[in-house]
Design a protein around this ligand. Structure first.
Ligand code: TMO
Length: 313
């Protein structure tokens, strides 16, 4: 565009169709992939939508926290799933430094926290209150945790601060990080046969809610600043003494330069908004139907044309 404006007079410019100035760069739009299924499938869905309108797209596997710095620097072009609970702090930190833009919220309402399958409640009837969970800690004990209960947290890069919460609330639990999301599902599946009480990290929207009815543990309600200011939350001397937001956002984020470089793709990104059932369905195609993420995306797009086609028109 710079070249054209120097080569053409203002008069000639007036006759150029506007579209000539709104062409997307042929450079690839770089889309990051993380380690949970809905994000992987949604990223493929959006990549395929952009490819259908002629954009070049490249996928890179990245850390789910460091990605906000990569977006800010333009090494990665966008992020489709900014979950408030897990990534709000990294997203806000990148926003403060500049270079990353908030491209709006999905329709989805999210929650990420300690969770148990419903059979656990039979062994610990005071649930879902966290105090009741703590009073039942012994029934969650494993060889690994001695007489304390075991809480299986998510992979470390989701930074759930489970250990800090246990310390801040004086809980009789040991936090163990799962190596992958699949390890969480394997743990729930293994406990199911004997209806063994377990408490693990889980989130919604997710495929799991259709497979294992369950509930989130109710911790002290999230208050802004609970992760920054010890005075916030019930323990005046500790951070992370609150649950995660119970009605969290899921945002889209992009590199600040995306709009100028790929204006067409950016306009599509602004319109994209997925709902809880749509996101749960994306995860299901991989976690239950065992499809490859790119095939899951093809299937999702083939079955949901009425949802996404208006976004590219
Ligand atoms: C980041 N996650 C949605 C898996 O909690």
């Amino acid at each position: 565009m710079k070249k054209m404006t120097t080569a053409l007079t203002a008069g000639a410019l007036a006759f150029m169709p506007l579209a000539a100035f709104a062409e997307d760069s042929t450079d690839p739009i770089v889309i990051p992939i993380h380690n949970w299924s809905s994000q992987i499938v949604m990223s493929n869905v959006v990549g395929q939508i952009l490819e259908s309108r002629g954009n070049n797209v490249e996928f890179v596997t990245t850390d789910s926290q460091a990605v906000y710095e990569s977006v800010r620097l333009g090494d990665v072009t966008l992020e489709m799933e900014v979950w408030e609970g897990a990534f709000g702090a990294s997203f806000r930190a990148a926003m403060e430094k500049g270079g990353i833009v908030d491209v709006g919220d999905h329709d989805a309402v999210t929650r990420e926290d300690w969770w148990y399958p419903m059979w656990t409640k039979e062994a610990c009837p005071g649930l879902p209150a966290w105090e009741a969970l703590n009073a039942c800690a012994a029934i969650f004990a494993t060889a690994e945790t001695g007489d304390k209960g075991r809480y299986l947290d998510g992979p470390v890069d989701w930074l759930k601060h489970g250990q800090e919460r246990v310390a801040a609330l004086g809980m009789d639990f040991v936090v163990v990080n799962a190596g992958s999301a699949a390890a969480l599902w394997a743990e729930i599946g293994a406990a199911e046969a004997e209806k063994k009480p377990i408490v693990v990290f889980n989130w919604t929207p997710n495929f799991a809610e259709a497979v294992w009815p369950g509930e989130f543990v109710e911790f002290p309600e999230w208050v802004d600043g609970c992760d920054k200011d010890p005075a916030v939350g019930p323990n005046p001397d500790a951070l992370y003494d609150c649950g995660n937001p119970a009605t969290g956002y899921m945002k889209k984020a992009a590199w600040e330069g995306m709009e100028a470089k790929w204006p067409g793709a950016y306009a599509v990104l602004e319109k994209i908004s997925f709902t809880n059932p749509q996101i749960a369905q994306m995860a299901k195609l991989v976690d239950i139907d065992e499809m490859e993420p790119n095939e899951a995306a093809e299937e999702w797009l083939a079955n949901n044309k009425e949802i996404w086609e208006p976004w590219v028109k």
